[in-house]
Design a protein around this ligand. Structure first.
Ligand SMILES: [Zn+2]
Length: 58
């Protein structure tokens, strides 16, 4: 069962949310996300806006 929120900003990425289309599946598990300091580690996705930010920081 996937949790359809962005694990960076906590917003919904469900179909119809506006962030559904370009959402990115986060393949890390919750423990890894917590270790990485994710604000919403239970979210199984990253929205396109946060994905852009993360890529920009690399
Ligand atoms: Zn986000």
């Amino acid at each position: 069962m996937k949790v359809e929120i962005c694990n960076e900003c906590g917003r919904s990425v469900k179909q119809g949310s506006g962030l559904f289309v370009n959402r990115v599946r986060d393949l890390d598990n919750i423990t890894t996300r917590e270790e990485n300091g994710k604000p919403y580690p239970n979210g199984d996705f990253i929205c396109i806006e946060c994905d852009d930010k993360l890529r920009g920081n690399k």
